[in-house]
Design a protein around this ligand. Structure first.
Ligand code: CP
Length: 307
């Protein structure tokens, strides 16, 4: 039995298979519509979510399975003090697979150690968000045809943004990737990540100005400032509108630079950018369903050759 805690849990070869499956699902949705008949997915969300929870539910329903779960810790027995370890023991009796989001780093990992069903980390604090990374990689691979030879800018809250941390980990395994980290001083990328890049001899730079670097990027990954991770509201208010991607800045970018964003967006991308064909953040959402369908099939070891 396999869990998914980090994008690195899959080899790059396994990721290729997963993305091939996701692309086949995209083209032949009907073929997979009974692949999970009789199976149940539990979504245990201790933190708010729109995309991740609903895309997991949509994915399981599209596979013919059923869903159960909670979307708020206060509506579960966590509010009475039940531990994640005990909760997953219950969930293992109710469902075949579980997607868990938790504000504490490592909570899904703790759950996995006590679980008798596959557990998927659907975001743990500021740590990792592997299924968002699978979504990002599938989007890039589908729209650009490759996962190597890119200069990628990551802009905004690089300190608390778990999607950024997961994506850097994942992309660091592909050839000729250059990272450009664009953030205010207070929201810089954590040192453990730059240490990892140095160790692997992967090129990166850290800058404050987006205008200074946007012209050399192949991909721009925008992120929101994570209000929920700040201890101090004043700091959040000071930093929340530090970057706003608008038409003027898009005019400085390459004609084929893709703009990605894990969403939700707050103010960091002006709505006028939505109509630019390089803005692919809403396409990303659709890829998120296909890749979660592929992931559920893979972790449940469903034989897709005979569908
Ligand atoms: N991208 C993402 O994780 O969105 P949600 O918080 O809405 O799930």
């Amino acid at each position: 039995m396999r869990h998914l805690m980090s994008p690195l849990d899959f080899t790059t070869e396994e990721l290729e298979q997963l993305f091939d499956l996701a692309n086949d699902i995209e083209k032949n949705m009907k073929k997979y519509s009974h692949a999970c008949d009789g199976k149940k997915l539990a979504t245990c969300f201790y933190e708010p979510s729109t995309r991740t929870r609903l895309s997991f539910e949509s994915a399981m329903l599209s596979l013919g399975g059923n869903v159960l779960g909670f979307s708020d810790a206060n509506s579960s027995s966590a509010a009475k003090g039940e531990s994640v370890s005990d909760t997953i023991r219950m969930i293992s009796c109710y469902a075949d697979i579980c997607a868990m989001r938790h504000p504490k780093e490592g909570a899904p990992m703790v759950a996995a150690t006590k679980s008798s069903i596959p557990v998927i980390n659907a975001g743990d604090g500021g740590h990792q968000h592997p299924t968002q990374t699978l979504t990002d990689l599938l989007t890039i691979r589908s729209l650009k045809g490759r996962l190597n030879n890119f200069t990628i800018g990551l802009c905004g809250d690089l300190k608390f943004g778990r999607t950024v941390h997961s994506l850097i980990n994942a992309l660091s395994r592909y050839d000729n990737i250059t990272f450009v980290f664009v953030s205010p001083e207070e929201l810089k990328i954590p040192e453990y990540i730059t240490d990892m890049l140095k160790e692997k001899n992967i090129s990166y730079e850290e800058v404050i100005s987006l205008e200074e670097v946007i012209g050399k990027l192949d991909l721009l990954y925008m992120t929101r400032v994570q209000r929920e991770r700040f201890f101090n509201e004043e700091d959040y208010v000071r930093l929340k509108d530090f970057y706003i991607l608008n038409k003027e800045k898009m005019d400085m970018a390459k004609p084929d630079m893709l703009v990605l964003h894990p969403l939700p967006r707050v103010n960091e991308i002006s709505v006028e950018v939505d109509d630019d064909e390089r803005a692919v953040y809403f396409k990303q959402v659709q890829y998120g369903v296909y890749v979660r369908m592929a992931l559920i099939l893979t972790l449940l070891e469903i034989d897709t050759d005979n569908l």
